[in-house]
Write a protein that binds this ligand. Structure first.
Ligand SMILES: Cc1cc2nc3c(=O)[nH]c(=O)nc-3n(C[C@H](O)[C@H](O)[C@H](O)COP(=O)(O)OP(=O)(O)OC[C@H]3O[C@@H](n4cnc5c(N)ncnc54)[C@H](O)[C@@H]3O)c2cc1C
Length: 185
């Protein structure tokens, strides 16, 4: 893999065995994001090492039963998520030969992680999920301006539905908020 950032599907066109990837079967047919974070942030890993992130989408419900409370997990969770991550590594090994042998440190995050440590709605990372039908209450709009004077919202949840997603949403809503502040100066 020569690219810093790659979206990879080992077996395109094959239908996944289950929508959420279940126990890791079907990962070959799903889009996997592979990104060498240390290319742009060299301090992210020790000298001589590479910081690599592998990401594949999973539904919150797939992991929900492991969450026994705020930042609390069922005993099987650690082994389950590690096994799933190793299956992901195996798939990516097709484009990065020897990857599993080269790992010195691995951290596995799931939607539960993003929920509890990131305060994200159902562990989402790029904005409201398409399934967040209750956002219909707000209508389809940007939520940067609020009814509270001088309170502006920015970031991925500052749109009532998934809109662009991720960094572009965060940047666009930030730009709109900055514009409002400058207008009212
Ligand atoms: C593995 C992964 C890969 C991704 N890849 C991409 C990609 O390729 N392209 C893309 O566009 N997006 C990608 N994303 C999504 C993108 O990173 C996020 O959607 C984006 O960073 C959200 O920006 P934000 O400013 O809304 O929130 P954040 O970047 O999460 O910023 C929120 C900040 O608020 C802080 N905070 C939270 N609670 C409090 C509190 N109570 N008090 C004070 N501070 C607090 C947090 O520490 C954080 O710094 C990826 C995300 C992940 C996890």
């Amino acid at each position: 893999m020569r690219a810093t950032h790659l979206f990879y599907c080992a077996e395109p066109g094959q239908a996944p065995e289950t929508e959420s990837g279940d126990d890791g079967r079907g990962l070959e047919s799903r889009e996997i994001e592979v990104c060498r974070w240390s290319d742009n942030e060299p301090g992210q890993s020790p000298p001589g090492y590479v910081g690599l992130i592998l990401r594949v989408g999973f539904s919150y419900d797939h992991f929900a039963h492991f969450r026994t409370g705020e930042k609390k997990r069922a005993p099987e969770y650690q082994a389950y998520k590690t096994e799933l991550a190793l299956k992901l590594v195996k798939v990516v090994e097709k484009i990065i030969p020897g990857l599993s042998q080269a790992i010195d440190f691995m951290e596995v995050a799931t939607p539960l992680t993003y929920r509890d440590w990131g305060h994200r709605y159902q562990g989402s990372i790029a904005g409201w999920s398409w399934g967040a039908d209750w956002t219909g209450t707000f209508g389809r709009k940007l939520l940067v301006e609020t009814p509270v004077r001088n309170l502006l919202l920015v970031g991925i949840y500052a749109a009532s539905e998934l809109f662009m997603g991720g960094v572009p949403t965060a940047m666009r809503t930030g730009e709109l908020a900055a514009g409002l502040i400058l207008e009212n100066k």
